[in-house]
Structure formats: C-alpha cells, structure tokens
Ligand binder design. Sequence first.
Ligand code: SF4
Length: 247
Amino acid sequence: MAVQTKSGSIFSAAELLRSKGASEVLAWADAQFGASAAIAASFGVEDVALIDLASRSAPRLRVFTLDTGRLPSETYEVMEEVRRRYGISIETYFPDRAKVEQLEREKGFFSFRRSVPERQECCAIRKLEPLSRALSGASAWITGLRREQSVTRLGVEVAEIDAAHGGILKLNPLWAWTEAQVWEYAREHALPVNALHARGYPSIGCAPCTRAVAPGEDVRAGRWWWESPEHKECGLHSRRSPAPEGR
Ligand code: SF4
C-alpha cells in the first residue's frame, strides 16, 4: 500500500529521504504530518538524540512511550530529565490493567522466561497492544532504530510502510548511524542519558529482560539473553514493509 504524503507517495519520499540527514528527515515529517506523527521513545540514547534533533527541526512531533510496568527506575529518571529539559509532554501508554492482572495471577511474575511464546505473550500485552493504541489515528511514527544494532535490524530503511498498523509511515532517521556517531552526538549536545548505559547496557528495555553486555558482545545481546539472536524483538518492529528500491 502506498502512503500518500503532501509531496506524493511514500515510495518517492523514501528515495528522497535516503540522501537526507536525520535532522532533515525529522523536519520533513514535521512538515508533512505535524502533530499526527510521533516519536516512539524507550529512552535509550538514540531516542534522546531523536528528541533533541526534533526540538531543533521538528517541534510539532509528539513523543510517546510505552510504560510496561516493568521498566528500570533509571529509565523513569531520564524520562523526567528529558521532559523538563525540552519542556515537552511525554505521552505514556500503559498496558490493559485486566490483561496484566490475569497474566500475573495465572502465570506468575516471570512467565516470559519460560519460552519464546510466553515471552511474546507478555510483550504483546505490555507493549504491542499499547503501541496499537498509541498509533491509532497517527499518520506516521518515528523510531531510533539503527541497522547496526542487531541481526534483526540489518534491513531497516529510513522510510517504511508499517503494515501492522494500518499501512502508516514509519521513519527511522538514525537508520544508518553507527553507535559511535550516536555517542558523539550525545556528548556534543550534553544529552541526558540513561544511567544504565554507563553500566554496560547499550540497549535498555524492561528491567527483568535486560542485562549488561560484556565488551565486544552484540549491542542487543543483553535483551532476552536466554533466547537466540533471531528472536530478539518484542514485535514492535517485526512486520515492516520496506519501501522498494527504485520506486
Ligand atoms: S520485555 Fe520482558 S517484561 Fe517487558 S513486555 Fe517483554 S517479556 Fe514482558
């Protein structure tokens, strides 16, 4: 499905955006969609970089986060710092209360460690359903995904059609950034960063499903570390439709 933008279809937009920097991609999103586009932030350093870039070039974009109920306290600390520094409202989306209650009463508090399907069940309740609500009515969403992050993200494009959420546009302005570039940007702009990064957590999710990684280990090795690498996604980013080359 082709998404129509003010300047044509997503396919021509994808061609245009491949040659643009992250700031220009955000400015384009702001011009095209304004407040009907939103940055999805889990408050790792990439997301804070996106919010910082947007504060300069794309001020109408909204910021939302999925508060799963299992986030580390360090994530709330950086969320609050970001909220104050940029003077923005961070839209939190919680899981459905009844579903979490049922899950915990029937399966306990660590069912996600028993098998991939049970981990996916927890992610579906705590992340996927709230994400669907967050994106309901949105024209586009923006993430801090980078190709370099893991084997599951090698195919990330700057612009994709998100078939799982009604064919809306998904933009990944940092798609081609390296980890070194992200940190250079963070230092240059003195960004507030999640304290867990300095303790060996390059990728930060829910507290019980994230650990520090050893030097040289894959960036996402600390996420669901008991699973094999090809399973290490929570479903938020697993069903994209890349805009085809040359269209
Ligand atoms: S990351 Fe872990 S705790 Fe968080 S939603 Fe997924 S399985 Fe549940």
